[in-house]
Design a protein around this ligand. Structure first.
Ligand code: UDP
Length: 375
């Protein structure tokens, strides 16, 4: 007998990732009874973290760095965790030298002689202004000869191979927004992000999610696949699984990218200076993450992960990224039309909305949804 037969929540949320979890809490606080199910044995979706045998908090599905300009999102999450302030810095090895990513004036100074560097920096400022963020594809459109030279260099050394590895696509085959996440800075600013609030939950994301779910109106059931819940009743369904899977891929599968991580524990205090080093050349991995930097953990050994992108294959690996490409967006919209014909179902999150959400934008989208759903 299915042990869900006697539960009739107002709300069923499929998927205990950050979107489902934030939604569960907001609706629970509006007196809805909420059941959250997830087919995995843990909450948190791909934001899940855990403490490994060396006492280091590991992001199982790759580095997650929280940042936002949205005060409402920040204040909401801050009810459930203390934060460790953390300014994310990323480096790449270019021409055998370690330089900041996003590519900035320091990167230019390291890689070019002083005279050339001065020309590039002055021209960047006169064309775009100081402290600006310029997407590489925009910089490439410049008609100035020096800026064209710089753009061609950055395109080749930072974006071309990395993007080919990450997506199986060339930079111009992707929607511009994806690449614009990592622009060229017209300044010496060396943070990966520019948002006002940047931090990591002091006891990890999973702990913060546990606290969010601690509410009398919320029940969580793990190891539970929606497809196996034959007898469950609910008033509204919020589905954060893949929208194409919900409809049995009847319009064809939406493509996703997957990742494979190779974790290594090393008997040394530190492996690299910063949490993430991007490998922007032809090595098979895109980045190496050293986890202890996120929470500044003091340990005698260290854990690192090599990140290898790959195509998503049903049943073989996990979905990580919707692929931001126009034809995929169009297929998604056709699925959305099907969804519009169903009653009381909402698709949410990276997989439900087929959208390359960052954590904060996923939570912000839930705030908007709740404003519409439960006024
Ligand atoms: N990117 C790149 N080289 C880099 C960093 C980023 O080509 O050194 C491109 C790449 O296409 C990547 C996208 O910019 O997928 C967004 O990068 P981000 O670091 O935001 O990716 P995420 O952390 O979400 O995987």
């Amino acid at each position: 007998m299915n042990n869900n037969q006697h539960i009739t929540p107002d709300i069923l949320i499929v998927g205990a990732g950050i979107s489902g979890i934030a939604l569960a809490r907001l609706l629970a606080e509006k007196d809805y009874s909420v059941l959250v199910i997830d087919k995995r044995p843990h909450i948190g979706g791909n934001c899940y973290d855990y403490k490994d045998e060396n006492g280091i908090i590991i992001h199982k599905y790759g580095p997650h760095i929280f940042r936002t300009d949205n005060k409402e999102v920040w204040q909401f999450l801050s009810r459930f965790t203390e934060w460790q302030e953390y300014k994310h810095k990323v480096r790449a090895i270019i021409d055998s030298k370690e330089v900041p990513i996003p590519f900035n004036f320091t990167s230019i100074d390291i890689l070019f002689d002083a005279q050339k560097a001065k020309i590039f920096e002055e021209k960047l400022i006169s064309k775009y202004g100081e402290n600006k963020k310029i997407p590489i594809l925009k910089l490439k459109q410049s008609t100035d000869k020096d800026l064209q030279e710089l753009a061609a260099f950055v395109y080749e050394k930072v974006f071309y191979h990395y993007t080919l590895k990450q997506w199986g696509l060339k930079p111009e085959e992707l929607d511009g927004d994806a690449l614009a996440r990592v622009p060229v800075y017209t300044s010496y600013y060396d943070g990966y992000f520019t948002e006002k609030y940047q931090a990591i939950p002091k006891n990890g994301y999973t702990k913060m999610f546990e606290n969010i779910l601690k509410h009398p109106n919320i029940k969580v059931q793990l190891n539970t696949d929606f497809k196996d819940l034959k007898n469950i009743k609910y008033k509204n369904l919020f589905y954060s699984g893949p929208i194409d899977e919900y409809f049995d891929h009847k319009l064809g599968p939406l493509p996703y990218r997957s990742l494979n991580f190779e974790f290594k524990t090393l008997p040394q205090k530190q492996f690299q200076d910063v949490a993430v080093v991007n490998y922007t050349g032809q090595e098979p991995y895109t980045r190496i993450t050293e986890f202890k930097h996120f929470l500044n953990e003091e340990t005698s050994s260290t854990t690192i992960a090599y990140e290898y992108p790959s195509a998503f294959e049903l049943g073989k690996n996990e979905r990580y990224y919707p692929i931001p490409k126009q034809e995929n967006e169009q297929l998604y919209k056709r699925y959305l039309e099907l969804a519009g014909k169903e009653k009381n179902i909402y698709f949410i999150g990276r997989l439900g909305e087929y959208k390359y959400y960052s954590m904060h934008s996923a939570v912000a989208a839930i705030f908007e949804l709740v404003k519409k759903f439960a006024t």
